[in-house]
Design a protein around this ligand. Structure first.
Ligand code: PLP
Length: 374
């Protein structure tokens, strides 16, 4: 029986961390304050400082973070949003939930990220049918900062698009000067337990540069209230971050950079171990925080590639198997532009284990499976 490597194992909580988290969450329990209290406020400030942004707003999930950002950008019924179709459908779900339609942008062949040239094609196609998108959601996919994010931000500004960065997979990624989440008007974060900064339940946040839009998100997350019981803006909902999750996140935030460093170090060992046939899609530097490790192998199908690993005791996954425009939901503009790279990557890549608590033996097992691919 070969040694088995899990895709992820969230139960591997370092002992010292467990002690710290238990202490802080116990303190919340005895405080009597459970929703939008001091822990949330402190976490919001600490996250904003970490990102180099003026503020951040804690919300219930990463999907809500996108939805509330879209609302605060003025997106509503009948509006359109430019986004990627290989990033898990979260933006499509959020847009559809408020009556808006996604317009997809194809990705690059190497990094599998949105590109300026594809963005231009999709924007022109939209205008060609008389549609002006209101917002642009760029996902820094797999933990890789979009290589063209600076140019994309300029493009968004020049074309009247509110730029929202989806940083659910990329907290801590930077271009050496700025952090993922500090390029756009708004940026969204998920702290789902498997993310690089994970809570022990659902949690999310919105940050970015636009203080006014952030203030709107702050109202929208709680019924649209200005003051208590007084609704100031429409379309509010209940999407609050709770004190226990905020306390967990406050303990973990200072460790994120070192965990990201561990992810990158493991990733670099994979790259070194693999032969020429294996293709990696992310950069082995600070612009990548190793949320996921997608690989492709030319002339080897997704199913065969996955079974190569599973037969060697390595669990794999696919992020993400079904592109948004192929999902079984009514999408008005699903075929507005062709999405060849999106489609080919979704049907060829697999993701292999990449998390900081992988043991030396497990890393070695993955490395030899990579080497065996030639
Ligand atoms: C996880 C994820 C989300 C959604 O976050 P939830 O907290 O699960 O709602 C959004 N976008 C991306 C890219 C994600 O990976």
């Amino acid at each position: 029986m070969s040694f088995s490597v899990p895709f992820n194992d969230l139960s591997r909580v370092p002992a010292a961390l467990k002690v710290e988290i238990t202490k802080q969450t116990t303190q919340v329990i005895t405080s009597g304050n459970y929703i939008l209290g001091p822990e949330v406020e402190k976490f919001e400030n600490e996250l904003a400082r970490y990102l180099g942004c003026p503020a951040s707003v804690g919300v219930a999930t990463g999907t809500d973070a996108i939805l509330l950002s879209l609302l605060s950008a003025g997106v509503g019924n009948g509006d359109t949003v430019l986004t990627m179709a290989n990033a898990g459908s979260y933006t499509t779900v959020a847009a559809r939930a408020i009556g808006a339609e996604p317009i997809f942008v194809d990705v690059s062949e190497d990094a599998l990220q949105m590109t300026i040239s594809n963005l231009r094609i999709s924007l022109e196609a939209s205008r060609g049918i008389g549609v002006q998108p209101k917002a642009l959601v760029v996902t820094h996919l797999f933990g890789q900062l979009n290589p063209e994010i600076v140019e994309i931000a300029e493009f968004a500004k020049a074309h009247d698009l509110v730029l929202i960065e989806d940083c659910a997979q990329s907290i801590g990624a930077s271009n050496g000067t700025k952090q993922a989440g500090s390029f756009g008007n708004l940026s969204t974060f998920s702290f789902f337990p498997t993310k690089n900064l994970g809570a022990y339940g659902d949690a999310g946040a919105v940050s970015g540069n636009d203080v006014k839009m952030l203030d709107t998100v702050r109202k929208l997350r709680q019924y649209g209230w200005g003051n208590k019981y007084s609704i100031e803006i429409s379309f509010g909902r209940n999407s609050r971050l709770d004190e226990i999750q905020a306390a967990v996140l406050r303990v973990k935030l200072p460790y994120v950079d070192s965990w990201n460093e561990s992810r990158r170090a493991i990733y670099s060992r994979y790259v070194e171990a693999a032969g020429n046939k294996v293709r990696f899609h992310s950069a082995p530097n600070e612009s990548f925080v190793g949320h996921l490790c997608p690989i492709t192998v030319e002339d080897l199908g997704q199913v065969q590639l996955a079974s190569h690993f599973t037969s060697r005791g390595v669990s794999t996954s696919v992020h993400f198997p079904i592109p948004d425009h192929k999902q079984k939901v009514d999408l008005k503009y699903r075929n507005l532009v062709p999405l060849p790279q999106t489609e080919s990557s979704c049907s060829s890549l697999i993701t292999i284990p990449l998390f900081p608590e992988l043991t030396e033996q497990e890393i070695e097992t993955v490395c030899s499976a990579l080497k065996a691919l030639g």
